[in-house]
Write a protein that binds this ligand. Sequence first.
Ligand SMILES: NC(=O)c1ccc[n+]([C@@H]2O[C@H](COP(=O)([O-])OP(=O)(O)OC[C@H]3O[C@@H](n4cnc5c(N)ncnc54)[C@H](O)[C@@H]3O)[C@@H](O)[C@H]2O)c1
Length: 270
Amino acid sequence: MNHKILEGKKGIIFGALDDQSIAWKAALAVNQAGGEFVLTNSPLAIRMGKIEELAQQTGSQTIACDATSLEDLNHLIEKSTEILNSKLDFVLHSIGMSVNVRKKRHYTNLKYDWLAKGWDISAVSFHKLLQTLYKSDKMNQWGSIVALSYIAAQRTFPNYSDMAENKAYLESVARSFGYYFGKEKKVRVNTISQSPTPTTAGKGVKGLDAFLNFAQANSPLGNATALDCAHYIVSLFSDYTRKVTLQNLYNDGGFSMVGVSEEILTKFLE
Ligand SMILES: NC(=O)c1ccc[n+]([C@@H]2O[C@H](COP(=O)([O-])OP(=O)(O)OC[C@H]3O[C@@H](n4cnc5c(N)ncnc54)[C@H](O)[C@@H]3O)[C@@H](O)[C@H]2O)c1
């Protein structure tokens, strides 16, 4: 896809850890579509990950930011608008982590300090980001802010654990804050609910391969890849989606609307 539909648009992309990350593919796709951006991730991820490779490929600068820290968020937004010499047209929040999932703690036996940390990183950080952008008035009119979600916010999936609640909270923040951002600033706020995807965060969920195979068999178009998600993000940052806001948008090959597919039924006939 080679349409320059983001020419002249500037923004911030959170969450590119390595070349499997959805944010990594999104950065490449936004760059290809003519958008300019600052890349950011937590200080640890910047040290351990490969973000500098991506920065070189896309001619971007990188600024460390722990998305749970208001001080870091203020600094990031201030510096980014200086570097880009402009207010922002788009922001991608591509951040998720549950300590309980990472440490394989069962949902019926959660540690609540771990739950609180995962909630802060995966969900409250989105409110903090929106509030910082809103108060600093650093979004341009008709700008677009996107965060990434998963269908476990609506339906039960084993092993997704407390991330299900984090995603439900994240989607609710998009609606609640999106209302004020729309009314006061003419900025849209949406979440994309993405198919299971083999990334570092995705692989943290026990049995990801089974999730992937089940979703693949139950989706008429097959699972959406990280690249498919990147292209959807580009469209949501573009002027072609100016009146789309407060939505949770499924990018899942149709999975969310299928009860059961013939492939899955056939397995039970065997
Ligand atoms: N992989 C999947 O199956 C899948 C499906 C649906 C939605 N998502 C969502 O997509 C988003 C991106 O995840 P991904 O799958 O690309 O995995 P990923 O592991 O590549 O990305 C997660 C990112 O979150 C960052 N992060 C963690 N703590 C942070 C903090 N305190 N401050 C700033 N950044 C922090 C990590 O450094 C990492 O870059 C997440 O919101 C995830 O929940 C993933």
